[in-house]
Write a protein that binds this ligand. Structure first.
Ligand code: PLP
Length: 378
């Protein structure tokens, strides 16, 4: 079976994790700081706050912006449930917005029509690694005094107008789940510009304590702390961060390899009229966390037939993203009953295997299998 995603680890990760185990300090500590520094440098962010997941990082982003009870937050339905769960966790109301049919990211014009007097923020997602239309979203946010939060869980290393996501100026979150660009097993990060947001996010990450555990440890004795506001335990461990520290050294090659593999699929799909390759607007670069294919308008093949046959043949592909407004009951009279672009994209898309470590032979087999299974489904 060719898996459709897989983390990439070598003995270098094993060695650094072992070193952390032997050091006796395994919870949040120096390795976390080192990992934060490396990601901040890579994307060009002022502050990086590592967390135990992207979901927690999203909750911190919403909390530092004081978004909560009574606030509406515009968000896509074509996303991971974690985007929505974070909004619900701070007791705000998610309002689903339809996507652009080409980029699969939140459509700024539809977002404009969804605004109300209670709208406080837009959480936009850089879906499967392609940046959202940030200039238009930023203009909308400026015009109506909204906050922007960027869920870049899948998009570490992607660029918008030549700038890496996470450096555009608003709070941005990353995921280090094994299906993302780099993996710490579980893990996430919040990237922010403001010193004040960074300090507050660091406190909230660690029970709301004013003095960090590292500072307490280094003081070597009696340092008490106060708790200015209730927080969470959203800390990453040094064991996870050790994986991250090694993984960051491979980040440029990971991205290069994903883009190379995407290029191989792009080329192969040119001669397969049933399928459309992902489209990357000229002012963006894609991180290709996933390679999302779409059944073309001319195709009469049933997507689910194709996926089933591919799996039988040994290619683990997956159907695309299930719309959340179908599955989640979010009781608001302002919730749209249907999002036609999202629903159609969800029916017509699926993912092909893409990951560092996918061999050229296996990728050729994926393309052969696609052609054969399309033939069988006709
Ligand atoms: C994976 C993902 C998340 C959740 O990340 P975790 O680290 O598992 O919490 C959130 N948003 C998007 C868009 C994702 O793809």
């Amino acid at each position: 079976m060719i898996p459709f995603a897989k983390p990439f680890y070598t003995s270098a990760e094993e060695e650094l994790v072992t070193k952390v185990i032997r050091s006796g300090w395994v919870s949040q500590g120096e390795r976390v700081e080192q990992f934060e520094g490396r990601i901040a440098d890579f994307v060009g962010a002022r502050h990086a706050i590592a967390t135990n997941s992207c979901t927690s990082a999203l909750i911190l982003a919403l909390r530092v912006l004081d978004i909560g009870v009574g606030d509406e937050v515009l968000c896509p339905s074509f996303t991971c449930i974690a985007t929505i769960n974070a909004i619900v966790a701070v007791k705000a109301q998610p309002i689903f917005v339809d996507i652009d049919p080409v980029t699969y990211n939140i459509d700024p014009e539809v977002a404009r029509r969804a605004l109300s007097a209670r709208t406080r923020a837009i959480v936009a997602v850089d879906q499967v690694g392609l940046p959202a239309e940030w200039d238009s979203l930023n203009a909308l946010a400026d015009q109506y005094g909204l906050e922007l939060i960027e869920d870049a869980a899948c998009a570490l290393g992607a660029e918008y107008r030549g700038r890496k996501l996470g450096s555009l100026g608003w709070p941005t979150t990353l995921s280090f789940h094994p299906r993302k660009i780099l993996s710490t097993g579980e893990g996430g990060m919040l990237l922010v510009e403001s010193d004040e947001f960074a300090d507050r996010a660091r406190r909230l990450r660690s029970h709301g304590a004013a003095v960090s555990d590292v500072v307490r440890h280094r003081s070597g004795g009696f340092v008490s702390t106060d708790y200015p506001e209730p927080g969470y335990n959203f800390r990453m461990t040094d064991l996870q961060a050790a994986l991250g520290v090694v993984q960051t050294t491979r980040l440029p090659s990971f991205l290069q390899e994903r883009r190379r593999q995407a290029g191989v699929y792009d080329e192969a799909l040119k001669s397969i009229p049933d399928l459309c390759a992902p489209v990357v607007p000229a002012h963006m670069s894609h991180a290709y966390q996933s390679y999302m294919v779409r059944m073309s308008a001319v195709s009469r093949v049933d997507r689910d037939c194709l996926i089933r046959k591919l799996v039988v043949r040994g290619v683990a592909c997956r159907s695309g993203i299930a719309p959340l407004h179908w599955n989640v009951s979010l009781g608001s009279s302002r919730q749209p009953s249907s999002l036609p672009v999202t629903e159609e994209a969800s029916r017509q898309t699926f993912f092909l295997p893409i990951y560092p470590g996918l061999s050229a032979d296996d990728q050729s087999e994926v393309v052969r299998a696609l052609k054969a299974c399309l033939h069988d489904c006709h």
